[in-house]
Unconditional design. Sequence first.
Length: 114
Amino acid sequence: MKALVLFGLTVIFSTLIGCAHSSMRGTVAMKVSDNEAHVCLGDNEVKAGDKVALFRNDCKETGGGGGDGGSGIGICEKVKIGEGKVIRTLNSHYSLIETAPGVKFSEGTVVEKL
């Protein structure tokens, strides 16, 4: 019985870990410096020299909630904050990008190939 429970928990945990990276696709995973970052775009998605755009989500609550101030409907807009380029792919999951001077980004910033 213990082995069956352990097997079930292992399968569930492995599934969750496997899905975690896929939900990060196209985001800044680690800010290396003010103008460099590791992003979740691998060697099957981008190559050195590819241009990328960086975006932030600008979300506003429109109200209409249940009176608790936080249950209203929100509207989000994807706002372009700058561009950069792929310096090199690191592996099948990550690449190093360099942004244009002055682009303010953080971990979680959305990155898309142009």
